[in-house]
Design a protein around this ligand. Sequence first.
Ligand code: OGA
Ligand code: MN
Length: 293
Amino acid sequence: MHVNPLHPVFAAEVTGVDFTAPAQRQPVRDLHDAIHRYGVVVFRNERPPTDEQHVAFSRLFGPVEVGPMFKITGDKKRIDNPALVDVGNLDADGNIMQPDNRRMLFRKGDRLWHADMSFHHNRATYSLLLGHEIPPEGGDTEFADMRAAYDALPEKLKTLIEDLTVEHSIWHSRGLAGFPQPTEEEIESRPPAHHKLVHTHPGSGRKALYLASHASHIVGWPVELGRDLLKMLMRFATQPQFVYRHTWKLGDLLMWDNLATMHRATEFEDTKYRRDMRRATCRERPIDLSAAA
Ligand code: OGA
Ligand code: MN
């Protein structure tokens, strides 16, 4: 396996990994080193690995999300594999979704900078997104390094934010993205979660900002004051020097560390072009299925 950096502070392409190989033959140690150091790792494939290979590979990095993380009223599933999240623009019949489709509106929230599942007490560690169909133009994904951003903060600001706790809610970010008023069923399916604003990234031991569009306010602060601080930090952390932009090719598997980076989808003509992307998500702790039921 070879590691080729793609950006001055993070992100690398890894070559020489065979997704058809059994788990025990994968270079697990080197893969962990690469994702810990680079935060974003790109694997290029001539053809996309199968859903089963995708999930099996993802399990090398921790417990993989199973089952729905929240309820979208009226949504029907397209992909059978319960370990994969459907993040493209196709409906259950494989057609491009109508612009007023609730899941289509919901996915627009991915165009705001975020860390996956920060709204959950059992957060996403790694996400592994595989490109099955790529639009001919647009639909890049951007990443920002939250360790480099933290390092670059003025010392006074580092001191101010050191011990702050943030409330994250999926319904907050969806509101920002223009998702209609959530239903009772939707709200109840995913209550908010609290996380430290500054944490130590487990993989590298470096301090990092833990930010996301799901971040609603600072616990114990007046809501608007907290929002202003969060907005300012989001702007700071997503400056061009901290950002890598990925242009997709068919078969690309992108892996990122949600505890060290933020990401966002970018625009494409989503009522004209097909985009089929599937995501496996590793979690901080094993998934409690009894609680999910
Ligand atoms: C995701 C996500 C961005 C994209 O899958 O978590 O935010 O470009 N995807 O599809
Ligand atoms: Mn995401």
